[in-house]
Design a protein around this ligand. Structure first.
Ligand code: 0X9
Ligand code: ZN
Length: 298
């Protein structure tokens, strides 16, 4: 079972994914996403009632290594969907608890605040690419020699094997996919596309309605009063290219795409104590459920 009183390591999470699938063979299957640069085989989980042609929703966590609070949110989604058949009648659920396994491991062993992947760059002192600038949608090299930047986008779109694996998987399931959610920390925000422009996208009203109103942010606030804001990525945060949410939306894989920025914790915001896991998961799950329900109804 998943732990919410401590942060689980990558090997434990991967074992948990396999145990969940083995214990629930009628509804759960392991997604083989491939190998990280460092050779870790990483997996997601698909939960489904088995009916063909159902709409599908996607959640990924910990694409930024240090954002440890995100993974328990993915694990809680798995717990809920395994336990509740009605949720599997709503949609097929694709969940990827650790999208950047090399970086995630490294944030346990060497550097708690590691963000990027671990593939070397041309600068031996600065390995790693920001996976959330590496997706194949409006990828932008920026300053191509700025290897040490925390948002170094890599040598080209999908230069990172983990990112290519995840992105191509999303395109593969695009026919049924309606909702893409990336879980990050921190900021208490629900961000919607795009990151490269403040120009409203065609269905911006629906994106906002799903994020707010009676939907996600309100469901989160109803638990303990935490106020998530619902904002365009570029105006709410900063300009970005090659991010996962914009990829899923811009490449037409989904009509609804979001990045959730969870609560801050610890000294710099990225280092919450384990005691924060349970309250965060308890308030965010209702928000995720409300979002899925809204999207499936609209
Ligand atoms: O900058 C990011 O990748 C995300 N923030 S974080 O602090 N977790 O690094 C926000 C990404 C939001 N989505 C887009 N800008 N498209
Ligand atoms: Zn992040």
């Amino acid at each position: 079972t998943a732990s919410y009183d401590r942060f689980m390591e990558f090997v434990e999470i991967d074992a948990h994914i396999h145990e969940t699938a083995d214990g629930n063979p009628a509804i759960a299957s392991v997604l083989d996403l491939g190998f990280s640069y460092g050779g870790l085989e990483f997996h997601g989980l698909k939960l489904s009632n088995g009916q063909p042609g159902q709409k599908a929703v996607w959640f990924d966590c910990a694409i930024h290594a240090r954002e440890w609070l995100s993974t328990p949110v993915c694990l809680r989604i798995i717990d809920e969907v395994v336990a509740n058949p009605a949720l599997r009648d709503l949609a097929d659920w694709y969940i990827l608890p650790v999208a950047n396994p090399d970086g995630y491991d490294y944030s346990f062993t060497d550097d708690r605040f590691w963000r990027k992947t671990r593939r070397p760059t041309a600068d031996a002192n600065c390995p790693g690419t920001d996976p959330n600038r590496n997706f194949d949608f409006l990828w932008d090299a920026g300053n191509p020699t700025d290897y040490c930047s925390e948002v170094y986008p890599g040598t080209g779109a999908f230069s990172e094997p983990e990112v290519a694996a995840m992105g191509n998987f999303i395109l593969d399931i695009a026919d049924n996919l309606v909702l893409y959610v990336a879980v990050h920390s921190y900021g208490e925000m629900i961000l919607y596309p795009y990151g490269h422009t403040v120009e409203p996208v065609p269905n911006v009203d629906q994106l906002i309605a799903a994020g707010t109103g009676t939907a996600s942010a309100d469901a989160i606030a109803a638990v303990a009063g935490t106020a998530y804001t619902v904002e365009n990525s570029a105006s709410g945060l900063y300009f970005t290219y090659g991010a996962s949410d914009d990829f899923a939306y811009g490449r037409g894989a989904v009509e609804f795409a979001y990045t959730f920025e969870l609560s801050a914790g610890g000294s710099g915001g990225f280092d919450p104590p384990a005691s924060q896991i349970q309250p965060v998961v308890d308030e965010v799950w209702p928000g995720m459920l409300a979002l899925v329900e809204y999207v499936l109804a609209n």
